[in-house]
Design a protein around this ligand. Structure first.
Ligand SMILES: [Ca+2]
Ligand SMILES: [Ca+2]
Ligand SMILES: [Ca+2]
Length: 220
């Protein structure tokens, strides 16, 4: 056998080894990169779902109490109906927070309005806002593309007659905070009655939730 000098690597060996290492490093990098991206999307979807459920459960809790009028003198109920906004009154306290209901709806938190508004002043009403009395909106949920109310009478038929309303069908549409470059949403979002709430045409992921909220104080 011919004796080879094995005290070093040939240039070819070095080049081959470097190329293999490069390929391996490249694939490791790619898989980390894509895993990280999908993790970001997942956490954004989870945040969106939390925003959506949080906003909806707050509205459910309060709209359910619309018309709360234990003295029978406050004339509480839904006071303004619109597909995009609900405004209602309730008598839950007196002048002081600990006072019992006093027959009016002019104490704090006794006139509540929900609507989308523009919290970051970018020209888009995409924050679910809650305001009381003539106060300012406070953000209840961010990144909302749609909010829709349908007012129903005791038979479940839509009505805009204040005295006939017994329940409210609320639909809320949320989107992720950032778009997903690998995703496209061109869904036309409609409420349970088929009325279009939002026509998407971008790469945000979205989720929609509808709740039928019975105003338990409005069934006389
Ligand atoms: Ca009062
Ligand atoms: Ca009151
Ligand atoms: Ca905005």
């Amino acid at each position: 056998m011919k004796k080879h000098a094995r005290d070093g690597y040939t240039l070819l060996e070095i080049l081959v080894a470097t190329a293999i290492t490069g390929v391996v490093m490249g694939s490791i990098y790619t898989s980390f990169y894509s895993q990280d991206k999908s993790y970001v999307t997942q956490s954004e979807v989870i945040t969106m779902q939390q925003n959506l459920r949080g906003g909806m459960s707050l509205m459910m809790k309060e709209i359910r109490m619309a018309g709360c009028d234990p003295t029978g003198k406050a004339n509480a109920g839904i006071v303004r109906v619109s597909p995009n906004l609900v405004s209602f009154t309730l008598d839950i306290r007196g002048e002081d927070a600990n006072d019992p209901p006093d027959g009016d709806t002019s104490d704090p938190n006794e006139r509540i309005t929900y609507a989308l508004y523009d919290s970051n002043r970018d020209g888009v009403n995409d924050t679910l806002g809650r305001r009381t009395g003539a106060g300012r909106n406070t953000p209840a949920a961010e990144n909302m593309d749609g909010l829709n109310f349908v007012y129903l009478d005791e038979n479940g038929t839509p009505t805009n007659v204040l005295s006939e309303i017994r329940s409210v069908e609320v639909t809320l549409l949320a989107r992720t905070a950032r778009g997903d470059p690998k995703y496209w949403d061109n869904t036309i979002y409609a409420n349970q009655r088929g009325a279009v709430i939002y026509a998407a045409n971008d790469n945000f992921r979205r989720q929609m939730l509808t709740a039928n909220i019975k105003c338990r104080n409005m069934w006389y």
